[in-house]
Design a protein around this ligand. Sequence first.
Ligand SMILES: Nc1ncnc2c1ncn2[C@@H]1O[C@H](COP(=O)(O)OP(=O)(O)OP(=O)(O)O)[C@@H](O)[C@H]1O
Ligand SMILES: [Mg+2]
Length: 242
Amino acid sequence: MSEHASPALTVEGLSAGYGRFEVIHDITLSVAKGQAVALLGPNGAGKTTVLRAIMGMLRHRRGSVIVDGTDITAMPPHRVARGHVALVPEGRRLFLGQTVEDNLRLGGLHLRHDKERTEALLRSVFELFPVVERYRSRPVTAMSGGEQQMVAIGRMMMSAPSLMLLDEPSLGLAPLAIQGMADALGALRERGQSILLVEQRVDLALQVCDHVYVLSGGRIVRQSDAASVDAQGRELIDAYLG
Ligand SMILES: Nc1ncnc2c1ncn2[C@@H]1O[C@H](COP(=O)(O)OP(=O)(O)OP(=O)(O)O)[C@@H](O)[C@H]1O
Ligand SMILES: [Mg+2]
């Protein structure tokens, strides 16, 4: 297979959990290059655990994870984070005492010796999120929740990842900010960023994504192209989400 044809993400038979307690079972999913794919599911379904398992943050795992042609199954998380996969975690985890720009630069630490690349990445964050540029010298705490989420996404753009994982970016945002987030993710995808988006907001997922998977009880129970999710399919997904 040519490099161009390799998917952004191929997960096969992935099982993982905490200690001896297996939480996700036999997960198989893929993200084509440049696609946005949603992982939907109710609270406790194991969505965050899937993202952690992809990053290599959980020790006891079975299965394989291949990102853009590279097998990262056995790679330690700090190496996975160097341009392979970036995780925008639930709750953003920004450094609140630091400026917006410092937060962004922390995301590109492994590229810091390549000044040109770092500055180009910073410019691309500012192009995508003008509000982030306006606040670049101010503390993160001066921004609203939706704006802070854009900083969290920008920070991960700075690592130039093959694949970006987002864990419920709409959580805790007001309706207007949720639409802003949907627009931001759409713009990111249009730039060619491959995305795996964990969400409980089905509307947001269907608006942004090409394909959706539904996770329930640690298993993939449904999948579909977003475009072919009709009213009936939507009802089925809503029923899983409770
Ligand atoms: N650090 C942990 N140690 C032990 N069990 C955990 C840990 N984190 C999560 N779990 C368990 O794993 C299961 C799945 O949790 P996970 O956080 O992956 O779900 P989720 O789908 O992301 O839920 P939510 O929508 O609430 O974020 C839950 O039963 C949870 O109690
Ligand atoms: Mg979660």
